[in-house]
Design a protein around this ligand. Structure first.
Ligand SMILES: [Zn+2]
Length: 471
């Protein structure tokens, strides 16, 4: 399709980074030309008119300081991207080592120039496509000035519906799998963090199991595990892209596929924090992984982001928070084979890490909630270790030896009393329960008595473990 081919050509427009940033001359010329096509203005204009229209834009939004010469660069260079045509360009004498004509030559010849005919026709007919292309250029090159450049480049009418509606896909679009997304919107169809064909980054979250949702409980923020299936994750590829989106405060697309469901473009999101924790790779081996904390936003336009997101970003926190102290050599041994590395020592260490986390929680913000959730791993892991993979309810009638695909026990770690009623992540008030006992504790008619028993049990186990006594 010619539309897609045009989108791809625009995507390839990636001016070299020089000095303190990308040169934005060509994106500005293209935006201006797309706006004109969408408004039904003539395809071509003489150089002098284009120069005069472009110069103020370049001065304001591309930090251009060299007057008419600054307009000459994109006017000539955009031809190489096959997005621009200068009439009679073959006949013009070139200078600067044959790279471009001089200002004097252009002023004298004053050639007509504009978008290639086929592209112009496409954009003039299809304003949705024009809006989509303009929107993607604004997002890629002018994240700090989107609204101002929209106005200055004459795109206000084209983008009046909002930039989120100009871009494709629209929030809520569903696809059965990654292949069908790639068929419609390009991209590699495989990577977890990867741009689609308009050049804007997408993250794909695929719940492999029913309990794998990465929403942080009690809030709409998301803990997204970084790219890299095996081995310690590195700040390269998708993770590097996330890091630069975080630094530049750009919105990206969040796709989610619940267990057994379809892929949906759920929301635009902003990266508000990066953490590092222990995880398990696809090969079953422990490794360090990144956790990108994502906050959903309704539109890529910064002005519309909620205060809590603005606050989190204003904190300007680009450090990688390490949660690596929360876990050591955590192995859940099958019942009956005591761990040679003394689980008791490990239990004490994790309990202390959980207490340290409690002690550092001073401020109350969304980021505190995130930290609480992510760092509560220490307390959870301590309890799992203490359980030795068995439900801690003494009267359990469940399936103690069942395991998940990853070989982990089917246990849910829970606060005996509702955490919202106070109390932190202390292993002595937490228990590991099988799904059945967990349900009995939450919904069973005998839950009051059960809770009393479980609390007693948790304290006894905690004391025994802390003192290195086998119960
Ligand atoms: Zn049980």
């Amino acid at each position: 399709m010619r539309e897609r081919e045009l989108v791809r050509r625009v995507r390839k427009l990636a001016p070299a980074k020089r000095g303190d940033g990308q040169k934005l001359h060509r994106p500005l010329l293209l935006l201006w030309a797309v706006g004109r096509a969408a408004e039904g203005q003539p395809r071509q204009q003489p150089w002098a008119a284009i120069r005069d229209a472009l110069m103020p834009l370049l001065t304001e939004y591309a930090d251009a300081t060299d007057g008419p010469l600054s307009a000459l660069y994109p006017f000539w260079a955009l031809q190489k991207n096959e997005l621009w045509e200068v009439e009679g360009s073959d006949a013009l004498v070139l200078t600067s080592g044959g790279r471009r004509p001089s200002l004097a030559t252009l002023n004298e010849a004053n050639p007509l120039a504009g978008l290639p005919e086929a592209d112009y026709a496409l954009l003039a007919q299809d304003t949705e496509l024009a809006a989509r292309i303009a929107g993607s250029l604004l997002m890629r090159f002018f994240p700090d000035d989107m609204a101002a450049v929209t106005h200055a480049a004459g795109l206000s009418r084209l983008l009046a519906g909002g930039i989120d509606l100009a871009l494709r896909p629209l929030v809520g679009e569903e696809y059965p799998d990654r292949t069908s997304i790639a068929q419609v919107y390009g991209g590699n169809g495989v990577g977890g963090i990867t741009p689609i064909e308009d050049g804007i980054l997408s993250v794909f979250s695929d719940d492999k199991g029913p309990y794998n949702d990465s929403r942080i409980p009690g809030m709409d923020w998301i803990a997204y595990t970084g790219d890299g299936l095996n081995g310690d994750q590195q700040l390269v590829g998708g993770n590097k892209s996330m890091s630069s989106y975080q630094a530049e405060q750009r919105a990206l697309r969040y796709w989610h596929k619940p267990h057994g469901g379809v892929f949906t473009f759920e929301s635009w999101v902003v990266v508000v924090q990066c953490r590092k924790r222990w995880g398990v790779g696809e090969n079953g081996e422990r490794r360090q992984e990144f956790v990108w904390v994502l906050a959903p936003v309704h539109s890529p336009l910064r002005e519309t982001w909620p205060k809590e997101v603005q606050d989190a970003l204003a904190a300007g926190d680009l450090t990688i928070h390490e949660d690596l102290d929360l876990e050591g050599e955590l192995t859940i041994d099958v019942v009956g084979s005591p761990d040679a590395r003394t689980p008791m020592d490990e239990y004490r260490r994790l309990t202390e890490a959980a207490r340290r986390t409690e002690a550092t929680r001073i401020t109350r913000s969304k980021l505190t909630t995130v930290e609480r959730f992510l760092r509560s791993a220490a307390a959870r892991n301590a309890v799992i270790l203490r359980s030795r993979g068995l439900c801690e309810n003494l009267d359990c009638l469940g399936h103690p030896l069942e395991r998940t695909d990853k070989g982990a026990p089917l246990l849910e770690v829970d606060h005996v009393n509702d955490i919202s009623k106070g109390g932190g992540d202390s292993p002595e008030t937490m228990v590991a329960l099988c799904p059945n006992c967990h349900a009995l504790k939450t919904r069973g008619s005998g839950r009051k008595e059960l809770r009393r028993q479980l609390l007693k049990r948790a304290r006894a186990l905690h004391q025994a473990f802390s003192e290195g006594i086998e119960l």
